[in-house]
Design a protein around this ligand. Sequence first.
Ligand code: SAH
Length: 244
Amino acid sequence: MIRRLMLPALVSLAFACQAIAQEGEFVRERALMIDTIRSYTALGLGYAGEEGIPENILEAMARTRRHLFVPRRFTSLAYADRPVPIENGQTISQPFIVALMTHLAGVEPGDTALEIGTGSGYQAAILAQLVEKVCTVEIVRPLGLAAANRLRDLGYDNVRVKVGDGYKGWPDCGPFDAVIVTAALGHVPPPLIEQLKVGGKLVMPVGPAGATQKLTIVEKTAPGQTKTRSVGPVRFVPFVRPRE
Ligand code: SAH
């Protein structure tokens, strides 16, 4: 009788331990990743400005299990401060760049944010913890579908994923307080500016594919008016333009 009662108890204890172990996995690696981001800004590198990367962004990144967003064979690289290959020849951005773009986009808790280039879904997962609603567009169907499943399984239920050409934005999901584009193009797509609210900011690598681009911030100051500045060189995968 005791044995019969103990077995289910032991099984559920084993499951609970496994869940706690998984939650606790890579905590140290994540803390080191955050230290690296802090040291960039402390050294005045990385264009984060006087105030550095805000704590709420670092906290979201310290909580997010980045190793679940990279292919299993790259688990050991998940928390290194470098981009990591994902499927379909794409990459998940370097953690510092994720922090920086999120900061430069000036996201606030009530915001609706648009991301172009879902990739693994990592940037969307960070945004999901900082704003009200995230809309993200991915042109490579298998990547978009995998990211949508991953984000759902991990409980990021304020993220909507669409498979399609991000050049056109996502008018039905907007207008947006912040837009983050994670692929490089020689110009900012006008529809993305149109879908930006007055006072909103867009952050994007502007420049040629296969070379360095300028990390550019476009602020919509009034209907039809923008202010643009760029903070420094970055290197992103190309923004794909399908033939119409
Ligand atoms: N933000 C991602 C990294 C993205 S890499 C992450 O956190 O993992 C850039 C992504 O942009 C790639 O997945 C690529 O397929 C996608 N992309 C390129 N051109 C696009 C377009 N026109 N519309 C939408 N996505 C595009």
